[in-house]
Design a binder for this molecule. Sequence first.
Ligand code: SF4
Ligand code: SF4
Length: 454
Amino acid sequence: MTVIPFEKQGLHVMVKPIGPICNLDCEYCYYLRKEDLYPSSERWRMSLELLESFIQQYFAAQPEDVPEITFAWQGGEPTLLGVEFFREVVRLQQKHAPPGMKYANTLQTNGVLLNAEWCQFFKEHQFLIGISIDGPAEVHDHYRYDKKGNPTFEKVLAGLRLLKAHQVDFNVLVVVNRVNAQLGRKVYTYLRDNGAEHLQFIPIVEHELEKHDQPAVPPTDAPTEAWGHLVSERSVLPEQYGQFLVDVFDEWSRRDIGKVFVQIFDQALSAWLGYEPGLCIFRKQCGRALAMEHNGDLFSCDHFVEPDWQLGNIQQTALPILANSERQIQFGIDKEATLPNYCRECEVRFVCNGGCPKNRFITTPGGDEGLNYLCAGYKLFFNHIDPVMKAMVQEIKENRSPANVMQQLRKKEKPVAARPKPAANQPLRPGQFPGRNDPCVCGSGRKYKKCCGT
Ligand code: SF4
Ligand code: SF4
């Protein structure tokens, strides 16, 4: 495998033109708290001078042979800036793009403010939209509400339908949390049946180390739930996340290969084909996906928007100098250098590579620090998909469609027997689907049919 030098790799900056300001108040949003970084900020809006300077610098910072660069607009909620702001973005890009350089725009939104004007603009300028939905209404509205505490699902679904009606390309981003993690197949089929063709499943892991004196170390034979006390009650448990992905994969691999695209499945196929995954969390090293705040402050990564990881401000120091600084190079190298031996000897390291350093806060069974909190889930999922991935690789090597494995899988399987119902008051296993009269998965104590299953 050819190793491309750090500064020759394409540079990706996630831009926050409105900082962390948002019209919603989702319980688990990690970015809303970033308001604390700028206590005296009165103007949460990137100035047009800075916008132009960033666009110029971003083009200049890219290696010559990069096939295409992506401008990624995020928040907070970027649509609060209004369409005119993004018309200016497009105008400045056209003004400063070097001849022959291909570029694209992506924009992440909660979907609530989308209307025909936005969708026409996105279609005209080929923006790729990321829209956040956590599943059907009863699941989505569990954590995602507006500033007054009102549910948001209906507005988001209307936004998604508008995108579809205007033929705008979009990805659905699902935050996998303690509630919807029990409902992998239901969440996936619901979104698929509502027109989602590209999906990403992002695990929510809110580390609560500050509540503990030091990293807690459960006994090595402890069940995965033993790690639960290290994270918030909304955070997905490691094996829950793995089982969620397994449930989605089992449905997808029997019906939807080639029709629906799930980011982690694409990453896995690329690894089973012998390539390094493209997504930073599964790469050996990282450091080429930075984040920039509304005032030009540049940070090592969107998950490290903290004073300790601020590289500088692009109004004082040029973007390429900051992005290629020793400090940032070391940030990327550390991802691999700090990998515990447990990961180095792992059977699925070739696809996992230890996951994102943000989540490496548990210890290995041997007591080494720096293991990823989601490890048990990754192991469960990547080992589960191994036979299907090998079958898909075989099809590709023989110049056939990997979609052929769907028929092979269905042929092999006997009709699935009905799942046994849990005894009353027994907790559900991860991945087990609750019956209408079972206790609700969210822990409310009410029956599922009267709570999240209404
Ligand atoms: S810290 Fe995590 S999210 Fe950030 S670039 Fe590295 S792997 Fe990606
Ligand atoms: S599955 Fe676990 S042990 Fe294996 S590479 Fe990933 S985090 Fe490390």
